[in-house]
Write a protein that binds this ligand. Structure first.
Ligand code: CP
Ligand code: NVA
Length: 337
């Protein structure tokens, strides 16, 4: 034993058991505590980490960079326009080369197949920093934040509002189902999660006892919510869809009425970020001018209000990513989970 995580990739939540995900969340809380107390935890001293980004990022890039440095490793950022991947070199060849130089690889991009191919051919742990299908490192931060606020995960009612078929919605649904969290997706029928994602979540829910519900009716899913979660209406790579999404998703905005409908004082609001809660961004301004909508997935009132925990959640990206890298690459003694 002792090798439960060593050399494993972190590509999708479904590849990990409930106990393994719970371990990673709790280990993250431990690493967060060490960091706050100034206790060094340089489990990856001398290691080199490649950070591949086809899509842009603030949190994920920053989290991997700071976490790698805290662990004693060297992170190297390789952006889409910096390397040959895709244009002049196949994923397989790139993976084989990077695997000979780096000890671990983070990848953010479009296709889930690509991150899987990197893992298959590099021979080193590969960590999925977001694809069109899943956002697994985000989930550890999200459920750590839920646990910090409620002291538990089992039986918590989490409602995701908005685009129900994007990477974050898919991941929340499946991860919540594994962890025993009651996940509800509140979105228009046109944006319900794909049937195979729902079936996967339902199969996990049967084991954990989680209650999964997909609905376009606020009255069915919002009352009793402990967590209201939302994400952008238009994900990276879909920037031509603002017009249709604004029209479709306006009724699914997280605003004070929705918070009141949930009816719980202890309710927390989460958002993976970045968020469109005002017009202080290029897209936010553009959407306001074209469609007359000044706040998209969440109102400024809720975003800045007493229930908001998204900046804790953003900080937790770093502690959780650190846990994944340390557990899969640090030769830690983890006898049994
Ligand atoms: N939540 C998240 O993944 O943020 P970035 O796109 O800034 O990395
Ligand atoms: N669904 C969003 C998440 C960003 C962290 C996107 O893919 O753009």
């Amino acid at each position: 034993m002792g090798q439960v995580f060593q050399n494993r990739s972190f590509l999708a939540e479904k590849d990990f058991t409930r106990a393994e995900l719970e371990y990673l969340i709790d280990f993250s809380a431990h690493l967060k505590d060490l960091k706050k107390r100034g206790i060094l935890h340089r489990y990856l001293e001398g290691k080199n980490i490649a950070l591949l980004f086809e899509k842009t990022s603030t949190r994920t890039r920053a989290a991997f960079t700071v976490a790698a440095v805290d662990l004693g490793a060297h992170p190297e950022y390789l952006g889409a326009n910096d390397i040959q991947l895709g244009k002049k070199e196949s994923t397989e060849d790139t993976a084989k080369v990077l695997g000979r130089m780096f000890d671990g690889i983070e990848f953010r991009g479009f296709s889930q197949e690509m991150v899987e191919e990197l893992a298959e051919y590099s021979g080193v742990p590969v960590w999925n920093g977001l694809t069109d299908a899943w956002h697994p490192t985000q989930m550890l931060a999200d459920y750590l934040t839920v646990k910090e606020n409620f002291g538990r995960l089992e039986g918590i009612n989490l409602v995701y509002c908005g685009d129900g078929r994007n990477n974050v919605a898919n991941s929340l649904l499946v991860t919540g189902a594994i962890l025993g969290v009651n996940v509800r997706i509140f979105s228009p029928k046109e944006l319900f999660p794909a049937q195979e994602v729902v079936e996967l979540a339902e199969a996990f829910a049967k084991e954990s006892g989680a209650d999964i519900l997909i609905s376009d009716q606020a009255a069915e899913v919002i009352p009793g919510a402990d967590v209201l979660y939302t994400d952008v209406w238009v994900s990276m790579g879909e920037e031509d869809k603002f017009k249709e999404r604004v029209a479709l998703l306006k009724p699914y905005q997280v605003n004070q009425d929705l918070v009141d409908l949930a009816g719980k004082e202890e309710l927390i609001f989460l958002h993976c970020l970045p968020a469109f809660h005002d017009t202080n961004t290029v897209y936010g301004k553009d959407v306001a001018e074209k469609f007359g909508v000044e706040e998209m997935e969440v109102t400024d009132e809720v975003f800045r209000g007493p229930h908001a925990r998204h900046f804790d959640q953003a900080e937790n990206r770093m502690h959780t990513i650190k846990a994944v890298m340390a557990a899969t690459l640090g030769n830690l003694f983890i006898p049994k989970v």
